[in-house]
Design a binder for this molecule. Structure first.
Ligand SMILES: Cc1cc2nc3c(=O)[nH]c(=O)nc-3n(C[C@H](O)[C@H](O)[C@H](O)COP(=O)(O)OP(=O)(O)OC[C@H]3O[C@@H](n4cnc5c(N)ncnc54)[C@H](O)[C@@H]3O)c2cc1C
Length: 438
């Protein structure tokens, strides 16, 4: 039959779909009857729920990513972005990491390009804001927080010090709350190495437009999380919006204003921009219009799942599946099986999964969970958070590395060094060249 399956995006949906196809279609792949290609700017899949632990220094950043070429030896990996999908002609426009763009033809396409931060036109946001969706952002933030402790310790200007020690997070979903809780815990822990910084000198502000935090764990556990954060001295401002942050001057809708060097934006996600160019239909929220069988509505040979897709929740008529890993992983399994059914001319199956709740880490030995109606808080929830995510992180190799990181952290204190220098590796060399010219 010689069919080419192109998967746009090598994250949760892309990796798990390809893994299952690699296994189910092994004979066809060996015979050259089927070829699978994944296109992604990165050569790895990021296990995003571990980003907060990487930011806190409990996990090495390399251990929360799965290398696509190693995990998927039967799949061709192309690094770059898909800039356009022309489904009528069965081609995508591919911009490789280097060189000219070209068209790639396919028989079956899987749209698995995930989401990007949903931002608002707030003055100053692009200047000082940073998201929390990638390894790069998590590690840059870690370096930044630790660097700012160095700045605060070394200055004798109280304004510079206050600004350096003020950290703002906007958005109190699991990305925002976990990022803030882990970074705050790490920063507080690090103050023991500084002579003139006390934990109480750090100011952490969580800004949330609605009246609750962590909706993923339900109202009761959300309320408990709110109390916990406040007990830790974190200022949680509910029903409050960021109005501007030009040059680090933060202005909030409750009338407060202050200076901060760090502002993390985690106020929701929107589909990857690739959906806006091409001929795939979109729903009212700008996601790819998808059926319960994970096909792109009104098309043949096009499938979509995960954050990029508006997948109807058949367990909750009229609603869509939330953009989370719980759905993405399960959708990938049904999607891969439906591709096989499609190739064999069989009837497709619907995706059906009832959201079972969530677990969240709130710093070392602290967590909150509401799974299958079982509500846990504190250490038991943190333990559940770790064991659950350990069971989910792809490949045995990564699981072992994660356990080794955690075990080391039991015996040695966590690393609190800022390696921000890696973000500007040529500065020293440039300065040396400049001296020579002079
Ligand atoms: C900090 C954080 C914590 C989280 N914690 C949890 C949790 O505890 N539980 C939970 O269920 N969910 C959690 N999530 C959400 C979860 O990670 C996402 O819902 C999940 O990653 C979605 O999977 P996906 O495959 O749709 O997208 P992704 O995993 O984001 O993959 C999308 C891929 O597409 C690639 N891509 C994008 N555009 C293009 C293009 N034009 N061409 C080619 N490739 C492209 C990207 O590089 C990326 O590799 C968390 C998210 C974050 C950020």
């Amino acid at each position: 039959m010689n069919k080419h399956i192109v998967i746009v995006g090598g994250g949760y949906v892309g990796l798990y779909t390809a893994l299952r196809l690699q296994r189910t279609l092994r004979r066809e792949l060996r015979a050259g009857e089927v070829n699978i290609t994944i296109i992604d700017p990165q050569s790895y899949m990021t296990y995003q729920p571990f980003l907060p632990e990487a930011a806190a220094g409990n996990l090495s950043p390399r251990h929360l990513v799965a290398p696509l070429r190693r995990v998927l030896p039967k799949v061709r990996i192309l690094n770059g972005t898909v800039t356009k999908v022309h489904h009528a002609e069965r081609t995508v426009t591919f911009q490789p990491a280097g060189g000219q763009a070209r068209d790639i033809s396919y028989d079956v396409i899987v749209m698995a390009a995930g989401s990007i931060s949903r931002t608002l036109p707030i003055p100053g946001l692009t200047d000082i804001g940073i998201g929390f969706k990638t390894v790069g952002e998590a590690i840059a933030l870690r370096n930044r927080v630790l660097h700012l402790l160095d700045v605060a310790e070394s200055t004798d200007d109280p304004e510079v010090r206050r600004r350096a020690l003020t950290f703002v997070v906007v958005g109190a979903g699991f990305a925002g709350v976990e990022a803030l809780a882990e970074l705050e815990d790490m920063a507080k822990d690090s103050t023991r190495y500084y002579r003139n910084i006390e934990p109480s000198d750090l100011r952490w502000v969580l800004v949330e437009a609605t009246d609750r935090v962590l909706p993923e764990v339900g109202p009761e556990m959300g309320k408990w999380t709110l109390e916990q954060l406040r007990e830790r001295g974190i200022e949680v401002k509910l029903e409050t919006r960021l109005e501007s942050c030009v040059g680090g001057h933060v202005v909030l809708s409750d009338g407060s204003a202050f200076e901060a060097d760090t502002l993390v934006w985690t106020a929701g996600v929107k589909p990857s921009t690739v959906v806006n160019s091409g001929d795939l239909p979109l729903d009212e929220r700008g996601r790819i219009k998808t059926t319960a069988a994970l096909t792109v509505a009104g098309t043949k040979g096009a499938f979509a799942a995960g954050d990029v897709a508006g997948v109807p929740d058949v367990t909750n008529p009229g609603q869509y599946c939330a953009p989370n890993a719980q759905h993405a992983v399960r959708q990938a399994k049904v999607l891969a099986d439906n591709i096989v059914r499609h190739l064999r001319g069989e009837q497709l199956a619907d995706y059906r999964h009832k959201y079972v709740g969530s677990v969240a880490g709130l710093g070392l030995h602290q967590g909150v969970a509401n799974v299958y109606g079982v509500k846990l808080r504190g250490f038991p929830a943190w333990f559940m958070h770790r064991t659950y995510h350990l069971s989910r992180v792809p490949t045995l190799n990564r699981k072992v590395r994660v356990v080794v990181d955690w075990t080391l952290a039991l015996f040695f204190k966590r690393e609190t060094i800022s390696l921000g220098e890696v973000e500007h590796p040529r500065d020293g060399f440039r300065a040396a060249v400049a001296t020579m010219r002079r």
